[in-house]
Design a protein around this ligand. Sequence first.
Ligand code: PLP
Length: 634
Amino acid sequence: MVSPRHMRFTRLFSKAMVPKPPPTLPRFNSSHQLNIPTTSSLQVNINTSTTTIANMSSSTTASTPPALSDPDVPTPLAQPGEKKQINLLRGWPSPHLLPPSNLLNASHTLLSSPDETQSKFNFNVPALQYGPDPGYQPLRHSLAAWLTQNYHANETYPPHGFPTLTTAEQICVTGGASQNLANVLQGFTDPAYTRAVWAVSPCYFLAVPIFEDAGFAVGNGKLKGVREAEDGEGVDLEELERGIREVEGGKEWPEKPVYKTPGPHRKCYKHIIYLVATSANPSGITTSLSRRHALVQLARKYDALIISDDVYDFLQWPVLPSPTTQSSKHLPLTTTLLPRLSDIDISLGPSPHDLALSAHYTRAPRSPPSLSSKGSPNGTTPNGNGQHHNDDMADDHQQDKQSLHPDHTIQDLHFGHAVSNGSFSKLLSPGLRTGWTHSTPAFAYGLAQTGSTRSGGAPSQYCAALVHEILSSGALEKHLTSVVRPGLQKRHALMLETVKKELVGPLGVKVLEDNRTGAECKSEQPALFGGYFLWLELPETVPFTAKEVAERALEEERLVVSPGENAEVSGEGAEGQVGIRFPRHLRVCFAWEEEEDLVEGVERLGRVLRKMVEEAKEGGGVKKVGGEGLKAFK
Ligand SMILES: Cc1ncc(COP(=O)(O)O)c(C=O)c1O
């Protein structure tokens, strides 16, 4: 168990230095009206043309707020006589779920001048400076304690069998999950040596361009989808292993990275496996504990790195029996968090690949004669990458024990096979663009050696300091418990009930109501759900695609929904190569729109679907509309 002492947070500043908290910020009202000072000369972008707030004030009344948010997306304002647009595609948190007053208080604490009796040099606000490469140190510590508190209950799981302690050295502060996915690929893959990225399908659609930027595209055969197994417990491991074997045997692979020189602090993996292990976006599935164990074993066998976007772990709640049920005002994390894939991998210690790598880097320049049959005198191994065939590894391990270079230990090179990609975007605010990784300490250090991080230190230094203030004061836990989880619980219940009433009953649409799988799905316990999305499946009998439904919904109902093809692992130059298709799925988000609009949005979807079913019955085929408009939304 974790001792209470372990949980005590270190405060950066003493209470005496903390100024009186500022007044609470006004909250957004229910129609998203923003309180904009009309005298401000602040510039905003509206549909790509730039204007000023002052200009806008004459033409904009309180009931028609300006579209401040996303210049890529057509204005959500309704023209006279037109329906208001409802956007169930957007995966953003509603402004009601954000904590501006916490951020304001934390900023005050960080930026207020200390006692005047102190030297002026004491007013060096570290948050405003360049920071250390692995991130703002107080946050690494407070976050490690908070993660330990939340994941420690894993000891109740026999296969895992020990409490998961997260330490500060296992944490690297990042610019959020997306930025960090790019950094991991930059530092730990080589587009020629790394055989493939395996993305569990359906896939978080905005991850695909990040893979493409790193050289892994469907078009060049280096980005591959791998499906969820039919048992619903997570990725289909048989398919994944078959795919890996085929790729390994399909050609002569370079023996070492071609374009990258990882040096002693990083390595290039042969494979990347990408998934969202908990409350997946979009399928909602939480990978079962036993599937997690098996996946880690597979990664360790084939020198793969699992990257799990664990951005929804803290956003899970018991499903309300009905939206009219009093939703909880105080909703701590009621579920036992499953161990992260990184917890499981770390618990197993270094893999043969880790050990072989350490042999490569740590062997003294002149190898003892007994090693000569396996590698050159300078320690290079038969495949030139410090990685032996499995049969040789146990033997190598013994050799390593005697031949460690004094500057390196196995721990320095224990990069492991899984990294957990965490984010404060959905816990506090996406605008902070701050997240973290959990991995072995060596991996965390290597990640911090990303070139762009070394130039100036970890991204989001100021935001990381804000997050530390909020976390260590207990305000993060309070915000999650009293605002975010209850808010999402209620919104989910509203949307789910309307989906059942409008789509499941009358039209045969399928929806996941409990995202636990495998042994974790115990029927006597109330259903659990998490994340931001429902993943709807149209019945096989309908003679039209989900994309056609989404196009009609936009055209006829001003409703934006995401067709399943967005979650396919596809891309430029990939025509005809997409293996795993989702032509009958739609993703709808319950986190962004106002509560009443969640209900109305699903009702509009029901209307469109009923109409299309009727048209199909009449035999003339369904009316098609141009789908170009949909492409503007992300
Ligand atoms: C699976 C997944 N990963 C990453 C992100 C983005 O995270 P961040 O804002 O930290 O870049 C999202 C946001 O929707 C997501 O659903």
